[in-house]
Design a protein around this ligand. Structure first.
Ligand code: IPM
Ligand code: MG
Length: 365
């Protein structure tokens, strides 16, 4: 089969981890006889520098005519001025929104080989294997009004937390579907003791639950969830949360796995057969880490989050389950052999750089 992939490296360590994921992807192509046609597009701060916009039209067009998108990271101190009118992050936010990628799957898994690399006690980490489903195109990130202004009394700023019933229903339905395919337990995160949007979220979730009576549903307040994720992480399986809560909780959850550099994600327009038009959508695959300007250019970034995101692409966009498993098994194998990038080397091991990690992974596919 032939697949067309838009490759958007972005800024900071984005290009470095993208290079390694492409190396591993090409190894998959060779072993399984697929042809992956890759086309690169510009996004983020480097696109602001060259085109005045973080998301040039040609990048959007490239995404629309591709079967899937591999995305690295955007942002950096160069573009961080609070007075700036355009920001690198606007690029990825606009792509998520315009492709309707409201469902962000963030699996959190602890590899036995890395159990001593996490600052969390090993006894708490055994059996951690959950998936956080983050709503990705609503809430505080997008709703209007969203601006800053000045009045006599001083400067003001506003962001708006807004959710429609439809937005909640479609993400929660995906969550129930994921739960049905796993342990039939779902935890929904909200702040229903304070926020109206959360009270609506809870109501709609209860209504959708009627369609999934086999699933055991639990509601948890986001502050309690933040505590529970480190206190009893193995007790969670599928977690669903609105955009901002999901952003924060997944950085926290990444500590369980030893490093944020380990965490992949898939941004989907829902699930085929469950969400309308999901089968025609172009999905995007991105690690949850950012551009990590502090280590960019040093060749020490962990490419595993990006490589595992690519594996999610093989599975979700192309239906290539064996190929996805081959990549995931390569990651497990390399970790159990003791290879480590510096971020996961708290427990020692054979410390290697980004390029070597990618080459070894590709060799194991
Ligand atoms: C993430 C990142 C992004 C987000 C930023 C870069 C806009 O933190 O994917 O988690 O907040 O969604
Ligand atoms: Mg984040």
């Amino acid at each position: 089969m032939e697949f067309k992939i838009a490759v958007l490296p972005g800024d900071g360590i984005g290009p470095e981890v993208i290079t390694e994921s492409v190396k591993v992807l090409n190894a998959v192509g060779r072993r399984f006889g697929h042809s992956f046609e890759l086309e690169r597009g510009r996004i983020g701060g480097n696109a602001i520098d060259d085109f005045g916009t973080p998301l040039p039209d040609e990048t959007v067009e490239l995404c629309y005519r591709s079967d899937a998108i591999l995305f690295g990271a955007v942002g950096g101190p160069k573009w961080d001025d609070p007075e700036a009118t355009v920001r690198p992050e606007d690029g990825i936010l606009a792509i998520r929104k315009s492709l309707g990628l409201f469902a962000n799957l963030r699996p959190v898994k602890v590899y036995p080989a890395l159990i001593n690399s996490s600052p969390i006690k090993p006894s708490l980490l055994e059996g951690v294997d959950m998936i956080v489903l983050r709503e990705l195109t609503g809430g505080l990130y997008f709703a209007q009004p969203k601006r800053r202004w000045e009045e006599e009394s001083g400067r003001m700023g506003v962001d708006t937390l807004h959710y429609t019933e439809h937005e909640i229903e479609r993400i929660v339905r995906v969550a129930f579907e994921l739960a049905m395919g796993r342990s039939k337990r779902l935890t929904s995160v909200d702040k229903a003791n304070v926020l109206e949007t959360s009270r609506l979220w809870r109501q709609v979730t209860e209504e959708v639950h009627q369609d999934y009576p086999e699933v055991e549903l639990e509601h948890i307040l986001v502050d309690a969830a933040a505590m529970a994720l480190v206190r009893n992480p193995a007790g969670y399986d599928v977690i669903v949360a609105e955009n901002m809560f999901g952003d924060i909780l997944t950085d926290e959850a990444s500590v369980l796995s030893g490093s944020m550099g380990m965490q992949p994600s898939a941004s989907l327009a829902g699930l085929p057969g469950v969400t309308e038009n999901a089968d025609e959508a172009v999905s995007l695959y991105e690690p949850i880490h950012g551009s990590a300007p502090d280590i960019a250019g040093q060749g020490i970034a962990n490419p595993i989050g990006m490589v595992l995101s690519m594996a999610m692409m093989l599975r979700h966009s192309f239906g290539l389950e064996d190929e996805a498993l081959a990549v995931e098994q390569a990651v497990e194998g390399v970790l159990s052999e003791g290879y480590r990038t510096p971020d996961i080397a708290a427990d020692g091991g054979d410390i290697i750089g980004t390029d070597r990690m990618g080459t070894i992974l590709a060799g194991r596919v």
